[in-house]
Design a protein around this ligand. Structure first.
Ligand SMILES: Nc1ncnc2c1ncn2[C@@H]1O[C@H](COP(=O)(O)OP(=O)(O)OP(=O)(O)O)[C@@H](O)[C@H]1O
Ligand SMILES: [Mg+2]
Length: 460
């Protein structure tokens, strides 16, 4: 079907994409929350730091012998200063500063409370009746780096989540679809003529109605086909007796009618009646071929059946052309119904004798693997006509058309082959030759020979 897509692939990709998107959104939202919380925590730490340092600084400044002296706190050991501070008086004169502070970060005069510059977060606090001020500065980059690391930590699992979710969903969907695949295989592997319901498989609730609809459809189809076949078989059967009686009457009439003119007419009527009898016989074979039940439970020996069918052509004027090439072992066991094997081989031999070159042999061969091939000489059938010969009432154009026939033989063989799960292969010219025609069928259910004679007791 065109445009069909794999449910497994769609669900795998769709769900993974959905989960990843949701995860990304959640990470983004968490990033915003984490960043706000971090800001609050850092602000609180700055406030605490300022309020802790300021009293110490005030004590230190008040106790100085030289007031107005600016002092820089010495660094105890080298480190990066995240928090730097400046202690100033109201006019902006620096009284105390941390070792790594950049005074340019701060306004000319001290300001209390929080504010944010381009690069820093600054907090100011006042003491001694707003005469001494402390301002603590923290680089914004520090906060941003912390927030970035938190978001990255939330994003990292995605790298693992995407392949894991893809593989997990893929496997899960595959195992959930197993009954559907089993249903598909059950339909695909059944023989062309098998229209029985497929009910043994426990399907998911959503698919069950489809399976029921398919079963109902097959049941309707089976009934329609059965009524068509039984009509064909019954009509052919009903025709048999009156046709035989009419033929007998015609033969009596021939003996009793004296005139030559009558004899010609009687010959004509007899030929027509015989054609009708052949047609009714072929219709019965076609009904059997299309009726299913072509596989027997017990295997039987195809070699014996082929010998028997070939012997039927003993009295045929062209029968001497038959050449049998059968396996040395004398037995090829097949599960294809015995009557079906006989109908198949009879039709192919009949054709080869009828349409093949009268001076060349007709080869009927059976390989030990069960390949039946009937080939003959004669002008090849054009490739464009070959494929259509298995249709009902189809005949190749050319000199053959003058030979009696309804165009049903190959349709019967093809119906038997496909009903038994195998295939009729036609080739012209015959394989390995420059002319002729060959028909080939691989018999189904070939088994190692047991006792060939037991399976067909009436063959000696
Ligand atoms: N062995 C063959 N060699 C050459 N042509 C063949 C051979 N077998 C079949 N054909 C061609 O295929 C056509 C169809 O064969 P098929 O057996 O279906 O019908 P038919 O022999 O014409 O009639 P029916 O078998 O019903 O009496 C034949 O008319 C003939 O043209
Ligand atoms: Mg034929």
């Amino acid at each position: 079907m065109s445009g069909s897509t794999s449910l497994q692939r769609r669900l795998g990709l769709g769900l993974t994409l959905g989960v990843s998107l949701l995860w990304l959104l959640a990470t983004l939202a968490s990033g915003v929350v984490v960043s706000n919380e971090l800001d609050a925590a850092f602000d609180s730490a700055m406030e605490e730091t300022a309020q802790r340092i300021l009293p110490l600084a005030v004590t230190e400044i008040v106790n100085r012998e030289l007031p107005g002296l600016s002092q820089q706190i010495a660094m105890l050991r080298p480190h990066t200063e995240m928090l730097s501070y400046l202690v100033r008086d109201a006019s902006g004169t620096v009284l105390l500063q941390s070792h790594d502070v950049n005074p340019a970060l701060f306004a000319a005069r001290p300001v209390t409370g929080f504010r944010t510059s381009d690069s820093h977060r600054i907090y100011g606090e006042a003491a001694v009746s707003n005469t001494i001020f402390i301002e603590v500065a923290e680089p914004l980059a520090h906060r941003q780096e912390t927030a970035r690391q938190a978001v990255m930590a939330l994003l990292a699992p995605l790298l693992l989540l995407i392949p894991l979710s893809l593989a997990g969903i893929w496997l899960w969907v595959r195992s959930s679809l197993r009954p559907v695949l089993a249903y598909k295989t059950a339909i695909e592997t059944r023989g062309a003529g098998d229209l029985s319901p497929v009910t043994q498989i426990a399907l998911p609730e959503e698919i069950e109605p489809v399976a029921q609809a398919v079963d109902q459809l097959m049941e309707r189809l089976r009934r329609a086909l059965e009524s068509e076949r039984s009509f064909t078989a019954n009509s052919a059967h009903e025709l048999r007796t009156p046709l035989a009686a009419a033929l007998a009457q015609v033969q009596r009439l021939r003996q009793e009618a004296p005139e030559t003119q009558w004899q010609q007419r009687i010959d004509h009527i007899e030929a027509l009646l015989q054609r009708l009898a052949r047609l009714s016989e072929k219709l019965m074979q076609l009904a059997k071929a299309e009726g299913g039940a072509l596989l027997a439970t017990e295997p039987h020996n195809a070699v014996a059946v082929i010998r028997l069918v070939a012997s039927e052509f003993r009295h045929d004027p062209a029968g001497w052309r038959l050449q049998l090439e059968l396996p040395q072992t004398g037995a090829v066991m097949t599960t294809l119904d015995m009557d079906a094997v006989a109908i198949l081989v009879r039709n192919l031999i009949e054709n080869a004798l009828k349409y093949g070159d009268e001076t060349q042999p007709v080869r009927v061969s059976l390989s030990s693997e069960g390949r039946v091939r009937v080939s003959n000489g004669g002008p090849p059938v054009p490739a464009d006509q070959l494929a259509g010969l298995t249709a009902r009432f189809a005949r190749a154009a050319g000199a053959h058309v003058s030979r009696p026939g309804a165009g049903l033989g190959l349709a019967i063989v093809d119906a038997i082959a496909s009903g038994a799960g195998t295939r009729l292969v036609l080739s012209s010219p015959a394989p390995g030759q420059s002319d002729g025609f060959a028909a080939e069928v691989m018999l189904p259910g070939i088994m190692p020979p047991t006792d060939a004679r037991q399976s067909v007791p009436w063959i000696t």
